[in-house]
Design a protein around this ligand. Sequence first.
Ligand code: ATP
Length: 243
Amino acid sequence: MIPKDHPRYHSLMTRERLAACAKAGIVSWEGLTAHGRGEAFDYLIGERTTPSALLSERTAAALLLSARNPLISVNGNTAALAAGEISDLQRASGARVEVNLFHRTEKRVEMIENLLRDSGVDVYTGKAERLLPLSHDRAWCRREGLFSADVVLVPLEDGDRCEVLVGMGKTVIAVDLNPLSRTARTASLTIVDELSRALPHIAQACGELSVTEQEQLIRSVDNHYYLAEAIREMTLRLSHALD
Ligand code: ATP
């Protein structure tokens, strides 16, 4: 039992939830270590949404709203951390939601789809096929889903698939607290923010942006700027850490 007045209450509760989801088979054991890497970078950025991250979140909303066929690709960690936020974002953006897993079994896919449905997500199912040129199981997706989407939001992505999706001509929006990862550097737009903070900002912007604002944001997408700003924020915090 974690007391509510514990200074790390939110972080500890999140770990408990992920551990419970790992025991249930929703989150992979490897997913727990990926979360740890995210936590470390979140410390460095001050566990808050920076101004440049907020701008990237508004830009992500603009990209999703202007897409012909937007899609959110969900893995175990994303479902465990933010199923409700995915549901809100789906409603705000009109995006399809599909489950794609690195450590893939039919049973895990089904458990994650059920978890999402319980939070109100309309999950795109249909027949999965090995459609992406990848040797691991993230190659599996649906022809009318991820395969044909033009704008894809991929929270907590791995670098390999990100590269393949960009190579297929898709606009790839990643959420990754590590601005140095291959994913962050390869994506069309990287949001350097914690997933459960980022998604509500994107959903909110979907309800706010005019068409003119959307066009302006899309014209000025600059992934290098978002990454450079995140690194600058982290460096600044480190250099004043002991003040
Ligand atoms: P790459 O293959 O892109 O170089 P990687 O090996 O770090 O990256 P993964 O192991 O798939 O890729 O890790 C997923 C990434 O997600 C990590 O970089 C981690 O910083 C980030 N991450 C983990 N949890 C969160 C979270 N809750 N919010 C945002 N980012 C997160």
